[in-house]
Write a protein that binds this ligand. Structure first.
Ligand code: ADP
Ligand code: MG
Length: 529
């Protein structure tokens, strides 16, 4: 045998072996989260090295907590993390589809199709699918937006709690929606242990667990102007070790007086510019408190920087370092201010034109509270996406099956081996309805076949009813998902699968230049044959 043919075949064997291992890693990873998929998905108990535990059925949480070393598995995990960041949902779906794409690709490689051809076919399939998704999507009503939020929380908490949090997330989204934009960071979350999670409520306006600094201060109510101070109203604390040389009696007294005068003159400036409410990052001295009270300036102190930032955005106020130099231009405005006692905690609540809402999360333990906050944040992410762009796709496996059917028809028109890759890609999507059915205790393949047949006669919106494993209209049942989540899951999975298929090519190229030891041995064995 000529040397170059030997080299060629050896390269191919090693390349395939590398791909096989990478595919195996992705499949193993998907195996770790597949059972959490869908409303009937099971929970995982995660234990870290310090022994603290977390029960979750959130795919990305499982994967991010696991200490995974395999570089390919890490790539798949990072596609899931991206999904979480960009779409806030669909993380398990991304991993399951990606692994299935690779599994199917591997079957094709075994039949002699080159990974690069498969990668091309996958990219073609993705392009086609993204267009079909637009066609399959529906304009959402408010009621459907709420259903989609509920779908995204399905299986995370008990059902009553899921609908409670979905409603709160939807309401919060509506409050912060301004000019077609809903920025979830405008919603503040306060965690309060005690009570049950059903006591979790939403307040219009920004709430801070604070009381005014002087009980005699007028609570006011109504609209006014606000100044945010990135400091306090305190007598200066000497920064350096300075010495005061006391030479005459009464000097300390005079020094203190001068300091108090300084504070009062700062407050006079606040009166001058027309400040009604003052919020300080730091403290306020006793004399200043009384002076503020006398002048009718409602004051709150020791407010965290991140809350000051929220207030600044909501009221359009500047954060000023020094009350003495504050000007009218630094003031922001609000619509109303009030204090309210909730669950034994006093809250100061401010309504401002630029909106803002506060979730007061309640729960019996820190763990429960964290779960409530996580679910609300996920629901809010979905709510904001849908309020900005109310476009939905069906869930319950309906979209994946509809897409698969169209792709197979489309594949017939594609000449060459890419056709096989497009079919393999379409098959991979169907791993979602299969897993949903299997997790609900039904046979995955039977359910998929029934579903496909039902779509053929009843239309694209037929999905699986996981109560009985039967095909049912997903739109009627309100199993809906934002277009963006499904799109992102499909693109993310495809991109990760393609880059993993390409890794093989890279290994190939490297081996060309420098053949690693193990392979050198194999080659020698091979040549001796
Ligand atoms: P992911 O991390 O991918 O979001 P989930 O565990 O949240 O995974 O499961 C999402 C899947 O569950 C979606 O395919 C969605 O359509 C499906 N699903 C959610 N609720 C239902 C339901 N009531 N009936 C059928 N399928 C559902
Ligand atoms: Mg989900």
């Amino acid at each position: 045998m000529a040397e170059d043919t030997i080299l060629e075949s050896t390269e191919r064997t090693s390349g395939r072996e590398a791909l096989r291992k990478n595919v195996q890693a992705a499949i193993a990873l998907a195996g770790a989260v597949r059972s959490t998929l869908g409303p009937k998905g099971l929970d995982k108990l995660l234990v870290d090295d310090e022994g603290s535990t977390l029960v979750t059925n959130d795919g990305v949480t499982v994967l991010e907590t696991a200490r995974v070393e395999h570089p390919v598995a890490k790539m798949v995990i990072s596609s899931s993390s991206t999904q979480d960041r960009v779409a806030r949902d669909g993380t398990t779906t991304t991993v399951v589809i990606c692994a299935e794409m690779l599994r199917n690709a591997w079957q094709l490689v075994r039949q002699g199709v080159h990974p690069a051809t498969i990668a091309r076919g996958f990219a073609l399939a993705e392009d086609f699918a993204l267009n079909v998704l637009e066609e399959l999507s529906i304009e959402a009503t408010d009621e459907q937006i709420l259903s989609a939020i509920e779908t995204s929380l399905a299986g995370k908490l008990d059902q009553a709690m899921e609908s409670h949090l979905s409603k709160l997330a939807f309401d919060a989204g509506k409050i912060i929606l301004k000019d077609g934009r809903a920025d979830p960071t405008r919603v503040k979350i306060i965690k309060q242990t005690g009570g049950t999670m059903k006591d979790t409520t939403l307040i219009t306006g920004l709430a801070l667990a604070k009381s005014r600094i002087h009980p005699e201060m007028n609570e006011r109510g109504g609209a006014g102007s606000i100044l945010l101070l990135d400091g306090g109203l305190e007598k200066r604390k000497t920064q350096l070790d300075t010495k005061l040389n006391i030479t005459t009696p009464g000097m300390i007294e005079a020094f203190r007086k001068a300091e108090t005068k300084g504070l009062i003159s700062q407050i006079e400036n606040l009166v001058e510019i027309g400040c009604d409410v003052l919020v300080c990052k730091e403290g306020v001295d006793e004399e200043a408190r009384q002076a503020l009270c006398d002048r009718g300036i409602l004051t709150y102190r020791r407010v965290e920087k991140k809350d000051l930032d929220l207030l600044s955005r909501a009221c359009g106020a500047n954060l000023v370092p020094d009350a003495q130099r504050a000007t009218k231009g630094d003031l922001g405005s609000f619509i109303n201010t009030r204090e309210e006692l909730r669950g034994g905690v006093n809250n100061w609540i401010l309504d401002a034109a630029e909106g803002g809402a506060t979730l007061i999360a309640r729960g019996s333990t820190e763990g429960v509270l964290d779960e409530v906050v996580r679910c609300f944040a996920d629901g809010l992410g979905v709510a904001c996406q849908l309020l900005e762009k109310p476009v939905l796709l069906t869930g319950a496996g309906a979209t994946q099956v509809a897409l698969g059917r169209r792709l197979r028809r489309h594949a017939e028109s594609v000449p060459g081996r890419e056709q096989m890759a497009i079919e393999a890609w379409a098959d991979a999507l169907e791993s979602i309805p299969r897993a949903l059915a299997a997790n609900a205790g039904f046979d995955g393949i039977d359910s998929l076949l029934k579903l496909t047949a039902a779509q053929n006669s009843r239309g694209d919106s037929i999905g699986l009813d996981l109560q009985n494993g039967e095909p049912e209209d997903a739109i009627k049942r309100g199993i809906l998902e934002p277009l963006n989540i499904t799109k992102q899951a499909i693109s993310g999975a495809t991109e990760a699968a393609i880059s993993i298929l390409r890794i093989d090519d890279v290994l190939w190229a490297q081996m060309d230049a420098q053949v690693p030891d193990g392979i050198q041995e194999q080659m020698q064995g091979f040549g001796a044959e």
